[in-house]
Write a protein that binds this ligand. Structure first.
Ligand code: ADP
Ligand code: ASP
Ligand code: MG
Length: 416
């Protein structure tokens, strides 16, 4: 008998029929003798609908109220799922984040979990009940409802699994595991039986939305055994077969993994590039440009500063496309004149494509192969950034899918 956490995403919870199937699947695990905690997301489309309503009322909505609204999607899900479990003959109880409580900081719309109280949940589990806990939300020290950022139910599930010292956290989604790249973009994408924690962390941070990055961080920090698998199989398939399916995130590399130089390709479509031109090259310039951007809560990703020519340099960086206008306005109105830069120019239609693999550590020539592949497709590379196990390039948005497909083929990711 084990303590197991299941997480079901929006598509998996997308209709009454699907919720009944989730209940059947969870009931099967419960009847096999496991203590079960289930963390569902809002029904698919619901969080977008709620945030859309908010935007119709206010162009610049108060983040506290946004979270109060967005969190309701998951509250509906837990109530429905607990009811469906009872209909399936299993005693179950639902909790919103604040009832557990799942404590977070006060960074509305991107709060971080600080602590999870396990008492109430453990008491229910010991009494034989299935516990259904809202994904995506928590409560801050002032009693405000918070949310964890888009895709945050993954993080709720892994954090709950860590707090309860669960034996395994199973992330059920609308694909049957982690693939070499998004299977919706590349038909030849191949499912991985295993992926190392480090690779998963890079892939999540570089745009693979199959897992929210913070969930992978939690899995690593607390060594939570985490598996990504399909919720769309027959809910009554044999439990041991189901338990072996999908993709396991491992904390050890084996030989097989090192043989695969590249494990996956991630991409982030909605990037924007900003260049501050003709900046006087003196100490403190990076701080003077990026300080106000950070103060405005805008994430900066790739950064490059050119060598100076006649005491002047160009400074380029990327931000999420949604923050592009705000960043441009800020730089043009407050920063440019202040630091004496010639001009601020930008391109809001760029995308980032990244190749990821622990095998890169022990192989040379990966970068040149990637660059050659892109050049053969006539794709211009605008920025490059690398780490020990990844290479990212910034390119024109219109070539993103072509680049992903070409790299997938060049590194033979379609072949086992
Ligand atoms: P959920 O609602 O279950 O949380 P998400 O839509 O957040 O599901 O994440 C699953 C989606 O992630 C898949 O449908 C797939 O399109 C996308 N995805 C992106 N990269 C990958 C990848 N490398 N492997 C699998 N799925 C990926
Ligand atoms: N419902 C939230 C979202 O759409 C959280 C999640 O699905 O993980 O972002
Ligand atoms: Mg998700």
């Amino acid at each position: 008998m084990a303590l197991i956490v299941h997480k079901y995403g929006g598509t998996s919870m997308g209709s009454v029929e699907r919720i009944k199937n989730v209940a059947k699947r969870v009931a099967k695990w419960h009847k096999a003798g496991h203590k079960m905690v289930v963390v569902p997301s809002a029904m698919s489309g619901e969080t977008n609908r709620l945030l859309g309503l908010a935007k119709e009322i206010s162009a610049n909505p108060d983040p506290r109220e946004l979270d109060a609204i967005a969190a309701t999607g998951e509250q509906v899900s837990v109530g429905l799922l607990a009811m469906a479990l009872k209909e399936a003959g299993v005693d179950a109880v639902s909790y919103a984040g604040w009832q557990v409580p799942i404590k977070t900081d006060s960074a509305f719309t991107k709060a971080r979990i600080s602590e999870i109280d396990d008492k109430r949940v453990m008491a229910d589990l010991n009494a034989g009940r299935v516990v259904v806990i809202t994904g995506f939300q928590g409560i801050d020290p002032n009693g405000n409802v918070t949310t964890l950022g888009r895709g945050g139910s993954d993080t709720s599930a892994v954090a709950v699994a860590a707090a309860l010292k669960a034996d395994e956290c199973l992330i059920y989604t609308d694909v049957d595991g982690v693939y070499t790249t998004d299977p919706r973009v590349v038909d030849e994408a191949r499912r991985l039986d295993k992926v190392t924690f480090e690779e998963m962390l890079e892939m999540a941070s570089l745009g693979s939305k199959v897992l929210q990055i913070r969930s992978v961080e939690f899995a690593g920090k607390y060594q939570v055994k985490t598996r990504v698998l399909s919720s769309l199989t027959d809910p009554m398939i044999a439990l041991d077969e189901e338990a072996r399916s999908g993709t396991l995130i491992t904390f050890e590399e084996d030989e097989q993994m090192e043989k695969a130089i590249i494990s996956g390709i991630a991409f982030q479509r909605d990037e924007a590039k900003i260049t501050v031109r003709g900046v006087p090259d003196r100490p403190g310039i990076a701080y003077q440009i990026l300080g106000p951007i950070a103060d405005a809560n805008i994430d900066v990703d790739m950064i490059i500063q050119n060598l100076s020519v006649e005491g002047k340099t160009d400074f380029t960086f990327t931000v999420p496309r949604g923050d592009y206008q705000r960043a441009m306005t800020l730089l043009q109105s407050d920063v440019q004149g202040h630091i004496g830069a010639a001009e601020v120019i930008g391109d809001p239609k760029v995308s980032k494509v990244s190749i990821v693999g622990v095998g890169m550590r022990s192989h040379v020539g990966i970068a040149s192969k990637a660059f050659r592949t892109l050049s053969e497709e006539g794709i211009n590379i605008q920025l490059i950034s690398t780490s020990e196990i990844k290479i990212s390039v910034l390119i024109d948005e219109k070539y993103m899918e072509l680049a992903v497909r070409a790299l997938h083929k060049a590194f033979e990711l379609d072949q086992a």
